[in-house]
Design a protein around this ligand. Structure first.
Ligand SMILES: NC(=O)c1ccc[n+]([C@@H]2O[C@H](COP(=O)([O-])OP(=O)(O)OC[C@H]3O[C@@H](n4cnc5c(N)ncnc54)[C@H](O)[C@@H]3O)[C@@H](O)[C@H]2O)c1
Length: 253
């Protein structure tokens, strides 16, 4: 059996994060489920035999304390999955500054802080995995999502830089870049766009979300879970600094 590691997954209470936690637990790892909402992580941690920590990742000191708890107990985080995120949709001229700051703090600053605080343990043992949930919107843009897209492009920059620094330390760092995945985050966008454009939800998916895709379907969260679980294996040790597209062919265009 593969070595059992400790994996911390942010935003593990819902959608992609929950599927990633499930896949890593199935691969035999101990899982630490982090979310600002306690309900999903408490139930899932009990189911997976993991632990749950309620943390607001917008709070930098809370990010530090989260990792310090595991370092102090001698356990340390071996696999870090930066996944938590949310959307705010608005034209730039009316884009709310606090919404901009909130998105940047959770989706770019928190991954930076968590990586920084996990690094000494990974470096000392010459083994570590950092997997950042970016997006196809880390590679291309769409209108009205300026903070989200800036954060995702920034996360790919962080991925590349830390991959270069981790090369000599047995640490790989990669970004996963999906198109639309069937999760509560996307369900809300479908409902919002249906109301805004006076369309049926199925039309929003077919005519707007899947318009640039070669494969016309939403991605299932379990597909992302399997990709992350693979990146956490020793077989994936040559993959680093990569932005792995799971975008149904969107960026082939
Ligand atoms: N769903 C998609 O189509 C899609 C596509 C590409 C990338 N992504 C990315 O995947 C990640 C997960 O998205 P999802 O669709 O599963 O969303 P989701 O809304 O289902 O889950 C996100 C989780 O993050 C948590 N979270 C948000 N802010 C937090 C904070 N301040 N502190 C702690 N936890 C917080 C939420 O409570 C929630 O449980 C996000 O980074 C998203 O940008 C999603």
């Amino acid at each position: 059996m593969a070595t059992q590691r400790t994996a911390l997954i942010t935003g593990a209470g819902s959608g992609i994060g929950a599927a990633v936690a499930q896949a890593l637990a199935e691969a035999g790892h101990k899982v630490v489920l982090v979310d600002r909402d306690p309900d999903g992580i408490t139930a899932l941690a009990a189911q997976l035999g993991g632990v749950a920590r309620q943390v607001d990742l917008a709070d930098g000191e809370a990010c530090r304390a989260l990792i310090a708890e595991f370092t102090a107990s001698g356990q340390g985080i071996d696999i870090l999955v930066n996944n938590a995120g949310f959307q705010h949709v608005s034209p730039i001229e009316t884009f709310d500054e606090s919404a901009w700051n909130g998105i940047l703090s959770v989706m770019l600053t928190a991954p930076f802080l968590l990586t920084k605080h996990c690094w000494p343990h990974m470096k000392a043992q010459q083994w570590g995995r950092v997997i950042n949930l970016a997006s196809v919107h880390g590679l291309v843009a769409s209108p009205f999502k300026s903070a989200y897209i800036a954060a995702k492009h920034g996360l790919i920059g962080l991925t590349k830089t830390t991959a270069l620094e981790g090369g000599e330390c047995g640490i790989t760092v990669n970004a996963v870049c999906p198109a639309y995945v069937r999760t509560p985050l996307v369900d809300k966008q479908i409902q919002d766009q249906a109301a805004h454009n006076n369309l049926e939800p199925e039309q929003v998916v077919a005519e707007i979300m899947l318009a640039p895709a070669a494969i016309k379907r939403l991605i299932e969260p379990e597909e992302i879970g399997q990709m992350v679980a693979y990146l956490a294996t020793d077989n994936a040790r040559s993959i680093t600094g990569a932005s792995l597209t799971m975008d149904l062919g969107w960026t082939a265009r």
